[in-house]
Ligand binder design. Structure first.
Ligand SMILES: Cc1cc2nc3c(=O)[nH]c(=O)nc-3n(C[C@H](O)[C@H](O)[C@H](O)COP(=O)(O)OP(=O)(O)OC[C@H]3O[C@@H](n4cnc5c(N)ncnc54)[C@H](O)[C@@H]3O)c2cc1C
Length: 331
């Protein structure tokens, strides 16, 4: 069956922590599940905004790093080989349509059919904040990067990293071990990272270019030449590098809920005690929803996921028994 004919039981829109846990739980209930995530990586706010932060309010963990939580969720999500979800990354859901009992999702890459939808888009669709200068777009993913997919691609290269937060510092420290030379360009003299990371940065071989802004980028066969302009000054410095990694943070676009015509309250998806919206078959979880007493915490979203998935399972497969405990599945 081609992908366009395949009909999923559940499509989870958004691969943040809540979407990931939902996909695990749906697998445990043996539902055919698709996760669509607009970014190249799963993990939502945790991966994009605070992978190095220690989280202290996840049940069972006195402390866990953001990135470790996402790795653990990924492992858990794929633990039932026959019911591991299909994962579509780098693909943004743009419209939702319903015909009889089947929904059609249109994405930036194609279409999917599904019998139910779980909207778990958190604060909205994330996109990296781009360089605020004109440059040849063809350089993206060739010499100008907003994500690192493969550290080895920077081996032996001269790399400039732009940004002054945790993410820029972490990448600078990581690439220092593989690149020939690393520059870190920031518009202020102070960095906004964890104290321990800033200390490691100061003790590293990374050359700090502060306070500078990137004022222009020129590409030649040999190099990418960065024109750096001193902040509150006229001095310009030219830097020849092989690659530029931009870490200016992310913007979140929360217009999707309105564009999809879903029932909202204070711009959030309004759900009932089953986490279902007033449109049958469309559920919501995590940071994008509201109900009396809602709190925007990972632990709260984890709790909402089984409620929604079990309601969906009962609706799609009324003959199946309701869930017991996960340990009773083998019997
Ligand atoms: C700095 C910071 C620190 C935090 N610390 C804590 C903490 O210590 N403890 C805690 O419990 N919570 C913490 N939070 C809150 C926590 O991160 C959120 O509650 C949690 O990430 C919500 O998860 P989610 O899956 O609902 O949404 P998100 O994490 O926002 O994930 C949503 C995903 O959906 C994707 N998406 C959006 N639109 C589309 C679309 N149209 N198509 C496809 N994909 C789409 C996005 O790209 C994103 O990956 C913190 C938040 C921040 C910003």
């Amino acid at each position: 069956m081609s992908e366009s004919e395949h009909i999923y039981d559940i499509t989870v829109i958004g691969g943040g922590p809540i979407g990931m846990f939902t996909a695990f739980y749906a697998g445990m209930r043996q539902l055919d599940t698709l996760v669509v995530e607009s970014l190249p990586e799963l993990g939502g706010q945790v991966s994009t905004l605070y992978p190095e932060k220690i989280i202290r309010d996840i049940a069972g963990f006195a402390e866990i790093k953001g990135a470790e939580l996402i790795t653990a969720l990924h492992k858990q999500m794929t633990i039932f080989p026959d019911f591991a979800p299909t994962i579509a990354t780098n693909e943004e859901v743009t419209t939702i349509a319903k015909d009889a009992d089947i929904f059609t999702l249109t994405t930036s890459k194609g279409q999917y059919k599904t019998r139910s939808i779980v909207v778990a888009i958190g604060g909205g669709s994330f996109a990296p904040r781009k360089l605020a200068i004109d440059y040849d777009q063809a350089l993206e993913n060739q010499r100008i990067f907003y994500f690192v997919k493969n550290v080895a691609a920077f081996a032996g290269k001269t790399v400039a990293i732009a940004g002054g937060g945790d993410s820029a510092i972490d990448w600078a420290l990581t690439l220092e071990n593989v690149a020939k030379k690393v520059y870190l360009i920031h518009r202020r003299d102070q960095f906004r990272g964890l104290e321990s990371s800033v200390q490691r940065l100061q003790q590293s071989r990374i050359e700090l270019m502060t306070p500078y802004l990137i004022d222009g980028v020129t590409d030649s066969a040999a190099d990418l030449t960065l024109d750096l302009k001193q902040v509150k000054g006229d001095q310009h410095v030219q830097l020849d590098v092989d690659a530029l990694l931009v870490n200016y943070g992310f913007t979140a676009d929360s217009r999707a809920l309105r564009q999809w015509g879903l029932p909202l309250e204070h711009r959030l998806l309004k759900v009932d005690t089953n986490m279902e919206t007033s449109i049958p078959g469309i559920y919501g979880l995590g940071d994008c929803i509201t109900y009396p007493g809602k709190v925007k915490l990972i632990a709260a979203g984890f709790g909402e996921a089984p409620t929604a998935v079990n309601a969906i399972a009962l609706n799609l497969y009324p003959e199946r028994r309701q869930p017991l405990h996960s340990t009773q599945l083998e019997h």
